[in-house]
Design a protein around this ligand. Structure first.
Ligand code: SF4
Ligand code: SF4
Length: 160
């Protein structure tokens, strides 16, 4: 019988099915995080889940490296969607250990300002930096009724 966590992952990812992975590794070849981080391999994560060895993944930092770009899902010739497998693992890790500090800070920031992080400058290919003003863009303003929105965000984000 499959362990409870595997059943939970299957329920969370709906129509996707990690069990039909045939280890072609196309997900990993297209993953920008795998390109930069030697310990991040989506095809390996799918295998670990299929083999029932995901308890270690729930306790590791690896599952939090996914940028949710969905390239792996586009590349996958099967109905696997490694991105959704990783998301399900993140949800289970949060259920097990509580919200990560970084996520808590991000939710608090959204509740406070309406933005998940500070407005940043952008760089062109010559590493010249531009702010919104120099690009002729208007100043970004927080949403109106921020106090109500903030309460909703905190409640939904579980940081109250
Ligand atoms: S969604 Fe995550 S696992 Fe998939 S390609 Fe993007 S970073 Fe990699
Ligand atoms: S692309 Fe799909 S089938 Fe191929 S290794 Fe990745 S998850 Fe498995």
């Amino acid at each position: 019988m499959r362990p409870r966590v595997f059943t939970a992952i299957k329920e969370m990812i709906g129509l996707q099915d990690p069990e039909v992975c045939f280890q072609c590794r196309r997900c990993t070849s297209g993953c920008p995080v795998a390109f930069l981080e030697s310990d991040y391999r989506p095809h390996r994560i799918v295998t670990e889940v299929n083999l029932g060895r995901f308890e270690k993944l729930l306790d590791s930092d690896v599952i939090w490296k996914c940028t949710r770009c969905y390239k792996c899902t586009e590349y996958c010739p099967q109905r696997v969607a490694p991105s959704d497998v990783v998301l399900a693992l993140q949800a289970l890790a949060t259920e097990k250990k509580g919200l990560l500090g970084e996520y808590r800070k991000m939710i608090e920031k959204v509740a406070e300002t309406g933005f998940s992080f500070e407005v940043m400058e952008v760089a062109d290919r010559d590493f010249e930096f531009y702010d919104r003003d120099s690009l002729g863009l208007p100043e970004l303003k927080s949403p109106s009724k921020m106090s109500i929105l903030g309460k909703i965000v905190k409640k939904l984000g579980g940081v109250e």
